[in-house]
Design a protein around this ligand. Sequence first.
Ligand code: FE2
Ligand code: FE2
Length: 349
Amino acid sequence: MPHSDLRRRLLIAIGAAALPLAAHALDTEEPEDEMVWVHSTECVKGLFLFECPEAEALEQELRPGGMCPRTVGPGPGMLVDGECCYEVSDALCGALGCGCAHGRPMLREVRPLLAGIARTHWIDSTLPAPVLVGLSAPERLRLARFWASVGSHEHSSIAAFHRAALELLAHGAPERLLAATQRASLDEARHARHAFTLASHFAGATIGPAALPLGAAIELAADLPALAARVVTEGCIEETMSLLAAERMLAECRDPAVHRVLVALVRDERRHVELAWKTVRWAIQAGGQVVADAVAIAFAEARAPIPNDPEPLSPRLAAWGAVSDERLCAAAARGLAAVIRPVGERLVA
Ligand SMILES: [Fe+2]
Ligand SMILES: [Fe+2]
């Protein structure tokens, strides 16, 4: 969706569509991973004529220094057409990249609260499988990690909307906002299920989220200004930027199964973004200047996300929705300047 269209929709959501608009231009918390492993064969080219060396002799080639752990099977490799091939196992460790978050993060302090990856069953068997033909084992592993990371963030969003619903209840919000917030948490559960389904196809193993480390109690906003500030940060800023990132993923996606997932995800996220802006508008109307001041401060603290991916993505994997953190963050940063800041200023004007 062009920035001008999104800006118009958000201005309608906050009731300011008729007024002229001024011109404008997460390292993530790493919970203990459950270490789900994906097994494959990695071959090393070299001047191997008769036999292969022990894996330790090819340490540099077989352990390229990625973020997630890898183990290499014992013993010498197998010689195949001049290449030495070894059994390797790669961990599907937690969230990768995500300087630009996916979905509405459940923030604790300033970091999203994320579950690890586990052998849980978050699979939608009605979804078609992505096309895997032509993908190498390392590419499948990278796609599995990318989509598991998306799934972890969507899984976190379920909790974010549950907390938001409790806060709306605690501060007397209208039923329409409460009901829409509760429906959004179900959307996020579906997004997580779809992302983990894709990740499982790429990994060749059933994977899902581990338990979310919420702790004994969830801290709720003490008053309306705190509620509004949280919705600005999690919804108006983070989720709007993640919508723009998802639109980038959709624009470059070519795989039919992934495309279907992204179309539904973008449709839902647009609705969630509008809900966030409507919620803040209600809070300002209900609480007056003190809420508007808290909202203005929260918008002033908005920062463009910084790419944070130690395992860069090949541009070719964008066909399966996996766009590099750098480009997702760039899309989010453009939206921050062109949509979020100007509409935010209108909201508190
Ligand atoms: Fe989502
Ligand atoms: Fe969302």
